[in-house]
Design a protein around this ligand. Structure first.
Ligand SMILES: Cc1ncc(COP(=O)(O)O)c(C=O)c1O
Length: 377
């Protein structure tokens, strides 16, 4: 039957400007590069090369209750997280990755037809793209205050914006920041919390050496901290993160959260990780030690400007060598990296810290390029 609806024309304007997020699957990369899948060295997504703990894998293998819905409010997991971060589980919400919690915060404050809400989000790129993405999809105005050349947050400009027009705003900041790995200093966070802002501090990578500000949530009414099991705990594929929120927001957040948002496998895996913290922490320690070794070796490559990092990745800016040359040489060896070209990141490359063997493969290619085009073949 023919309807008079022209569906494509009815789609909201904000959706038309969005880009589909669909990174190339590794099987396809292997085919494109004509290499066996097992030969790829995947260092593009800040994943943990060691994966979950043995205890976590054992627990997952023994689980049979897939036909039951999970605990809708992740009680046992939130209890264990509370213990892990020494915070009240009543102020913790688990999510389908911390991505879901970014969206949840924005859905909470999106302005509605009947009033209320926060109409504006401040985004400080270069940074994680999801703040801008979820800001746009939730109809908030996204105001961009770019980071300074060294990727520090331009606190003075944010203060000036707030002084000029002191309306409530949301501010999303990652610390360590993705993609550079730099940390927001305590003093900067103090200044920002003095402003009429709700600050969402994304600590996805904090376990890799920076100190967490999660305890500040207990003393501040305008700070939210987001964390995740994707990176340090090696559970990226299961999607489990959490947020620590001011007490005043909890009732509204519980009302708004999707039911059964964290599946039973993800809840069990995160809980099992917290039951085998020594092993998870040993993996993190290996990654930190390897990051320091890798950083030192990258700094010996003459054409790379290497940024300091507190995360499980290293951002580099090649000087005088085309990114495409590096990409081709890396891909010939099956090495997959993250290449940027957005403002402030022109030509930059981000290397996830892998195992020492994986990182050695990267260094061989880089040394080959430095020696005049021979990439180790
Ligand atoms: C800064 C930052 N925050 C959040 C996330 C998303 O984490 P999750 O896997 O918990 O959704 C990432 C993932 O890359 C990230 O880089």
């Amino acid at each position: 039957m023919n309807t008079s609806l022209s569906l494509a024309e009815l789609i909201g304007e904000r959706v038309k400007g969005l880009q589909e997020y669909a990174p190339e699957p590794m099987e396809q990369v292997a085919t494109r590069l004509n290499l066996p899948l097992g030969q790829l060295i995947k260092l593009d997504a800040n994943e943990n090369p060691y994966g979950p703990t043995k205890h976590t894998l054992q627990i997952l293998n023994g689980h049979l209750d897939y036909h039951r819905y999970p605990d809708a409010i992740s009680r046992r997991l939130r209890q264990a997280i509370g213990h892990y971060i020494d915070m009240d589980p009543a102020q913790i919400i688990a999510g389908n990755g911390s991505d879901e919690l970014i969206d949840l915060v924005l859905r909470l404050f999106r302005p509605g037809p009947s009033g209320g809400g926060i109409g504006e989000l401040i985004d400080c790129p270069p940074t994680f793209g999801m703040y801008q993405f979820y800001g746009t999809t939730n109809d908030l105005r996204v105001t961009t205050i770019p980071r300074l050349a060294d990727f520090a947050v331009d606190v003075a400009r944010i203060e000036a914006l707030c002084a000029e027009n002191p309306v409530p705003r949301l501010l999303f900041l990652a610390s360590p920041n993705n993609p550079d790995g730099g940390v927001l200093p305590d003093a900067d966070l103090e200044r920002l919390l003095e402003l009429p802002l709700l600050v969402v501090l994304d600590e996805a990578y904090v376990e890799f050496g920076a100190s967490s500000r999660v305890k500040w949530v207990a003393e501040r009414e305008n700070l939210i901290v987001l964390r995740t099991f994707s990176k340090w705990a090696g559970l990226a594929g299961l999607r489990v993160g959490y947020g620590v929120f001011p007490a005043a927001l909890m009732t509204a957040l519980w009302r708004l959260k999707s039911p059964y948002n964290v599946n039973c496998v993800a809840q069990m895996a995160a809980l099992a990780t917290l039951e085998s913290l020594d092993e998870a922490r040993a993996n993190v320690a290996k990654i930190i030690a390897e990051r320091q070794r890798f950083l030192g070796k990258l700094r010996e490559i003459p054409f790379l400007q290497v940024y300091d990092t507190q995360a499980n990745y290293v951002l580099c800016r090649p000087q005088g060598v085309a990114t495409e040359t590096i990409r081709e040489a890396m891909e010939r060896r099956g090495i997959i990296l993250r290449y940027f070209n957005s403002p402030g990141l022109e030509g930059c490359i981000r290397f996830t810290v892998g195992t020492p063997m994986q990182d050695e493969a990267v260094l061989i290619v880089l040394r080959g390029i430095a020696q005049g085009g021979n990439d180790g073949h």
